[in-house]
Design a protein around this ligand. Structure first.
Ligand SMILES: Cc1cc2nc3c(=O)[nH]c(=O)nc-3n(C[C@H](O)[C@H](O)[C@H](O)COP(=O)(O)OP(=O)(O)OC[C@H]3O[C@@H](n4cnc5c(N)ncnc54)[C@H](O)[C@@H]3O)c2cc1C
Length: 460
């Protein structure tokens, strides 16, 4: 069958653009199909942080020698080895070389943007100056420079299969385009309620608090297209939920240091400065809710000290208290009753916390930042839940060459996947900021190379 392109890439996010560029660099003719009218998917909305070990920018930032081996060990341990080692290993091995490829393409990562982005003291998060949009702009510029064609507003509805079960192209509502290989880079499924129910039920535990912050194109098409040709889905119930009081529908990552978090029993259960990568899971383990407690002094002095705390400011807190959204009371016992938690334990918790504040040290949870006593009425309490769906972890099972695996554990000839479409990379815990965008580029670039190799070698 005559082919229109060597490689067709479905999706124009970080994974899809990386795949397209590397396939073109490997000598393939390439088409990208993008369902939306704009390039970039969730990638362009993201911070564009890249989690990698052993990069030139880490060295410039003075990070002591960091290696793929150390990153692998940390990743596996954090997830109690309940992840696919060959995929994690591949990510760790390729994180630095792929990062340098991105730098060579022109994305600026400054040493000041290197930070410990997860549950680790090793700074592996790399923040680009202009966020995900800058990365997308740079990749898209190279895409067009390399004559990679793109069609927007073109949602792929079917994969074409040849007689020998090789994937041979795509169909957009009956309009067919034939190719030697196809890369699925369709992102996650946060915008698809049915798939959230099926593959990420934990994300629905917060009830009507739950909402998805990513792009509309994240409908999980990669999963349904893959399943239609025999692919398997891994990573059940994995993803990243950010914790929120629901003040607004905006990105929230950090809590201010002047509040404490307690559970229904009125006890603290975590350092309020714990990384967002683990906080959602810890609140889930408390029954899905926690309560932020603070006093009038904290409310009056509350001012944003980072973009993600923009809503924990005094006038917003005052307004939310007047609306009854935040509960307020003149004594702790009444506050506990109002929010439905154990009053005697809350009093003891705050007594201990205030004593630690006097000493300037959180002896229970080692919270970082200045401890503020909770002693001035009125007291405030507001429920928080892990409810913002940032990205989804379930997706297609791939091998270390990004080939999509079928139900018999065999690669599906000509079908590759990368980015949030992939399901066997993430564990129960997010490794750190950059742990989704980074691998989208790592596996995107690899998928492009592998798809081109396959397509060019099978040019019959
Ligand atoms: C606000 C926000 C901040 C984030 N910040 C970070 C961060 O700093 N670091 C990090 O690691 N992760 C971050 N993430 C997650 C990360 O951005 C994503 O997981 C990653 O960018 C996904 O890349 P992707 O290429 O797989 O998918 P996407 O970028 O979503 O691209 C997929 C593309 O495929 C298209 N598509 C879907 N179906 C079809 C179809 N049938 N036909 C044609 N096209 C289709 C979509 O429209 C979309 O354009 C963030 C996410 C959000 C929402």
């Amino acid at each position: 069958m005559d082919r229109d392109y060597d490689v067709i890439v479905i999706g124009s996010g970080a994974a899809g653009l990386s795949a397209a560029i590397s396939a073109a660099d490997s000598g393939a003719s390439v088409l990208i199909c993008e369902s939306e009218q704009v390039v970039g998917g969730s990638s362009r909305l993201s911070g564009g942080h890249f989690y990698a070990a052993g990069t030139s920018v880490q060295k410039k930032a003075g990070v002591p020698d960091d290696t793929a081996d150390d990153m692998y060990e940390h990743y596996m341990t954090l997830n109690q080895w309940k992840v696919d080692p060959r995929i994690v290993r591949k990510y760790c091995d390729l994180s630095a070389p792929t990062f340098e490829w991105l730098v060579d393409l022109g994305v600026q990562f400054l040493p000041e943007g290197v930070y410990p982005s997860g549950v680790s003291s090793v700074p592996r998060g790399h923040q680009p100056g202009g966020g995900g949009q800058e990365v997308i702009n740079t990749l898209d510029g190279h895409r067009s420079h390399k004559n990679v064609d793109i069609v927007l507003d073109a949602r792929v509805t079917e994969l074409l299969v040849e007689r020998d079960n090789r994937i041979a192209g795509v169909s957009i509502n009956g309009d067919k385009a034939f190719s030697g290989a196809v890369v699925l880079a369709t992102g996650g499924f946060g915008a698809n309620q049915a798939l959230l129910d099926k593959y990420y039920p934990q994300s629905q535990a917060a009830g009507d608090w739950s909402w998805y912050i990513g792009a509309e194109g994240a409908r999980g098409d990669g999963i349904s297209l893959g399943e239609s040709v025999g692919a398997t889905v891994d990573g059940h119930d994995r993803g990243l939920l950010l914790v929120t009081p629901g003040f607004s529908q905006d990105l929230e990552v950090l809590f201010p240091s002047w509040l404490i978090l307690v559970n229904r029993r009125g006890r603290r259960f975590v350092s309020e400065s714990a990384p967002y990568t683990v906080l959602g899971g810890l609140i889930e383990a408390q029954g899905g809710s926690a309560y932020a407690i603070f006093d009038e002094t904290a409310r009056m002095n509350a001012s944003p000290n980072s973009a993600s705390q923009a809503y924990w400011v005094s006038d917003v807190l005052q307004k939310k208290a007047e609306e009854g959204f935040i509960k307020r009371a003149n004594d702790l016992e009444s506050l506990a009753e109002n929010i439905g938690i154990q009053a005697d334990a809350l009093a003891g918790t705050i007594d201990n916390y205030n004593r630690d504040s006097d000493l300037g040290f959180d002896s229970a949870f080692f919270k970082s930042g200045k401890l503020e006593k909770i002693q001035t009425p009125p007291y405030y309490g507001v429920e928080v839940r892990p409810a913002i769906i940032c990205w989804t972890g379930a997706g297609l099972r791939i091998d270390e060459k990004t080939n999509v695996i079928d139900r018999n554990e065999k690669p599906i000839a000509g079908l590759y996947a990368a980015g949030e479409t992939v399901g066997n990379l993430h564990g129960d815990r997010y490794v750190g900021g950059g742990g989704s965008f980074g691998p989208a580029i790592v596996f995107g670039k690899l998928a492009g190379e592998e798809a081109a190799l396959f397509a060019v070698s099978r040019n019959d």
